[in-house]
Design a protein around this ligand. Structure first.
Ligand code: CTP
Length: 401
């Protein structure tokens, strides 16, 4: 495997001296490192030090070495970019796409994973402007790390310290490993909610937006997999984020069963994220149903259980099968307890238990998940955006493979 290339961006905080240790750790792990300090960072540490530590030339402005279009080259060649320290100013400028130095230009051109390790005073870290900037960057998939709590520059102490170089290095190296850990694998993800037709214009459906499935497909692709997305009624604006995956569109549970069985043969990993209707109307009228002035009862028949069908032959065919369970707790048991019972029953390798409700779980909101193995062991619990949860889920899948 070729050597990974990591860009270490350094902005102008006192913690900049720690980026020297970060560079050493990354080089020790075998990475080729390029340092891109901002002009303010160069008031904290010297260019000579950075050139000596990385063994590579250091540029600060886009106008230097203009013939090499340095920012674009850095961005294209990097397997990851880590900004440590990331000051409040650099976070804000990155959020708004401002590009008035080489580091910001590189960040704007980047398509690889970006990790930012903030460092600033507590007041600046907790300022609503910074809080919002961090939230927006995270929602775009930029990995803004948390800050440490402790002594800050000067007399004050509190949250705002940059994490230690060892922790940042470990995180960045894991990020780089993730860009390749599904290379050569074929992943099939189902997304959205099935619609069970009543007549040509009406159906029984559910509130699944397909966002989670789309984030899973994106994550699998970013880790090098070949991905097929089987989408049931997912809006075009949501599907846009799944660019680069092979798309198969379906409507009802029975369509989905057929598509999943076909696509799963030859797949290494199947993730059944779609909300499949448990029942469908017995009868589908060919013409629009007329109002009669009387009560109407619709008879429903059970749909096939797609996950169970996929789980049945998985060992023989060497596939890893992951299911989802949208659960709500009640007075008898919590959402997690119901999820653990379901994991034992379903026979999938992993079951992602997703607590749903009015606010949590559907659409564009944060999600809480617990990942449960088929023996009922909870292997991971996490909370956050769907894209962050997608990463956690594939980490658990990798571990299980
Ligand atoms: N699922 C499926 N086929 C169905 C129903 C569900 O493949 N006909 C899959 C979902 O995609 C999900 C998992 O099964 O991965 C769990 O779905 P859920 O609705 O929580 O489970 P059910 O088996 O329907 O259990 P219950 O409704 O009794 O809670």
């Amino acid at each position: 495997m070729s050597r990974s290339r990591i860009v270490v961006g350094i902005s102008g905080g006192i913690a900049a001296y720690k980026s020297c240790i970060l560079i050493r750790l990354l080089r020790k792990a075998g990475a080729d490192v390029v340092a891109v300090p901002t002009p303010a960072a160069l008031e904290m540490i010297g260019k000579t030090t950075l050139e000596a530590l990385t063994g590579n030339r250091v540029h600060v402005r886009t106008s230097e070495a203009a013939d090499q279009v340095t920012h674009v080259r850095h961005a294209q060649e990097a397997d990851a970019i880590v900004v440590a320290p990331a000051t409040a100013n650099t976070l804000a400028k990155t959020r708004w796409g401002i590009a008035d130095n080489l580091l910001l230009n590189t960040l704007l051109a980047a398509r690889c994973p970006v990790v930012m390790a903030p460092a600033m005073h507590t007041e600046m870290w907790t300022n609503p402007a910074t809080v919002e900037n961090v939230a927006v960057l995270r929602s775009r998939g930029i990995d803004v790390l948390d800050v440490g709590v402790g002594q800050l520059t000067g007399k004050d102490a509190g949250p705002g310290r940059m994490l230690e170089p060892e922790a940042i290095a470990e995180h960045v190296l894991a990020t780089v490993a993730r860009t390749r850990d599904l290379q050569g694998r074929h992943v099939v993800v189902s997304a959205g909610g099935t619609r069970e037709p009543l007549d040509p214009v009406r159906f029984l459906g559910n509130r699944s937006s397909g966002r989670f499935g789309v984030e899973l497909a994106r994550e699998a692709r970013s880790r090098g997999a070949e991905v097929t997305l089987v989408a049931a009624n997912v809006e075009a604006s949501v599907l846009e984020r799944a660019g680069g995956t092979r798309l198969v569109r379906v409507e009802s549970a029975r369509d989905m069963l057929e598509a999943m069985e076909r696509e799963a043969s030859g797949a290494d990993i199947v993730v059944m994220c779609a909300a499949v209707a448990d029942y469908r109307p017995v009868e589908r009228l060919d013409v629009k149903r007329k109002k009669t002035g009387e009560d109407l009862a619709v008879r429903l028949v059970e749909n096939p259980d797609i996950l169970a069908a996929l789980a049945r032959d998985r060992r023989k065919e060497g596939r890893l099968v992951v299911g989802f369970a949208a659960e709500t707790g009640d007075e008898t048991a919590s959402a997690l307890e119901y999820g653990i019972a379901k994991a034992r029953r379903k026979g999938a390798d992993l079951l992602v238990v997703n607590e749903v409700g009015e606010r949590l779980g559907f659409g564009d909101v944060d999600t809480a998940v617990a990942i449960v193995a088929d023996d009922g062991t909870v292997v991971r619990e996490a909370e956050g955006s769907k894209s962050r949860m997608a990463r956690v889920i594939f980490d658990a899948i990798r571990e299980r493979m």
